[in-house]
Design a protein around this ligand. Structure first.
Ligand SMILES: NC(=O)c1ccc[n+]([C@@H]2O[C@H](COP(=O)([O-])OP(=O)(O)OC[C@H]3O[C@@H](n4cnc5c(N)ncnc54)[C@H](OP(=O)(O)O)[C@@H]3O)[C@@H](O)[C@H]2O)c1
Length: 325
């Protein structure tokens, strides 16, 4: 069998980790082209990505996909306003032309959910977003495939490692500033932790999972968040004195369609969100007949995101064996 040919758009931390991960599977997968911000390079089978000065000026995505013979476009571009137009254009062009898309980039998925779905319908192609929904935590597959028919009617989650870590530090008496600095020192928090502390990152992940689970239009979901701020320490300490833990819980439910909330909740030891250690993440899916199903763990790192994308590529493009697998 010929290896499946991929175009990788974005060669930062996640893109480079993806190249490393694919290298271990070069009989099955081949990165045929890599696109940076202004340049791109085409690769022969088993070739390393060459130095940047050997790359050529970037062309239209349609030409790159065509010349590379791509079956899948893998997106690891920033989710920033500056990159948004390009991210959306590339995904729509690929999907319309029958090329599947696997993305760690969130911006277009959040703002153009239905437009991407329409492009995929036109091209009879597919889009997978595991890398955008909590890196190695496999919640997207649970929502999309594994819980089908189980009647899941609500989800509660702590999908943001930084907020879990910071709240635990506050409950031990640390100030917000020192808790954030400690999270940054341990590479848990990014230089700018505002999306973690405001609840917007947790809300984003629950929006995406709600779209997969209930076919909500992710771009139109209302978000209500309660931030972690200087007043939170008192609540974290008060919860700890009662044997509880303060968590930033993101939730959505069929009782309140198209609404995602993030609230600071003092959770009891019987709650699956109580026992998360440090930056660990978890999501609890409530299924009335099947019971609560919790998924927990998974690394939040460029490598974790790259492995989530590799898994999506495998599931989309590498033919399954007959039998159980
Ligand atoms: N880091 C994580 O742990 C993690 C986890 C899950 C998901 N993600 C998501 O994965 C995506 C990639 O993350 P990353 O950390 O690899 O990003 P990054 O290191 O900032 O990489 C950015 C890549 O995109 C290119 N680029 C930068 N600005 C651009 C612009 N305005 N227009 C077009 N291209 C631009 C860069 O080009 P040059 O190489 O030419 O400079 C580089 O190849 C992000 O959307 C992020 O949210 C990250």
């Amino acid at each position: 069998m010929e290896p499946v040919r991929l175009v990788l758009s974005g060669f930062g931390a996640v893109g480079q980790a993806f190249v490393d991960a694919v290298r271990e599977h070069d009989a099955l997968l081949q990165i045929a082209a890599v696109r940076g911000r202004g340049t791109e390079v085409f690769l022969a089978p088993a070739n390393e990505v060459p130095e940047r000065f050997l790359w050529e000026p970037i062309g239209r995505i349609e030409e790159t996909l065509d010349r590379a013979g791509a079956a899948v476009l893998v997106q690891a571009l920033p989710s920033s306003p500056e990159a948004h137009g390009r991210v959306l254009r590339e995904a729509v062009a690929a999907l319309r032309s029958g090329v599947d898309v696997v993305t760690a980039t969130k911006s277009h998925v959040l703002s153009q959910w239905r437009a991407l779905e329409r492009a995929a319908e036109e091209g009879r192609s597919r889009i997978r977003i595991s890398g955008a929904t909590g890196a190695a935590l496999p919640t997207a597959d649970l929502a999309r495939v594994a819980l089908r028919g189980m009647g899941c009617n609500a989800l509660r989650a702590c999908p943001n490692g930084t907020s879990n870590f910071v709240l635990d530090q506050l409950s031990r008496g640390a100030s917000l500033e020192s808790a954030v600095l400690e999270a940054q020192r341990r590479d848990i928090a990014e230089a700018d932790p505002s999306a973690d502390l405001s609840g917007s990152d947790a809300a984003t992940k629950v929006r995406l999972i709600s779209g997969l689970l209930w076919d909500w239009d992710v771009s139109r979901i209302t978000v209500k968040t309660e931030p972690i701020d200087s007043s939170t320490s008192i609540r974290a300490l008060a919860a700890a004195r009662k044997g509880l833990r303060l968590r930033a819980v993101a939730g959505a439910s069929l009782d309140r369609p198209m609404v995602v909330t993030v609230r600071l909740e003092a959770v009891a030891p019987a709650d699956p969100l109580y026992s998360l250690a440090g930056p660990e993440k978890a999501m609890v899916f409530s299924c009335p007949e099947a019971g609560d199903i919790t998924v927990q763990g998974g690394r939040s790192s460029p490598k974790g995101a790259a492995l989530a994308m590799l898994k999506d590529v495998f599931n989309l493009a590498v033919s399954p064996n007959p039998g159980f697998r």
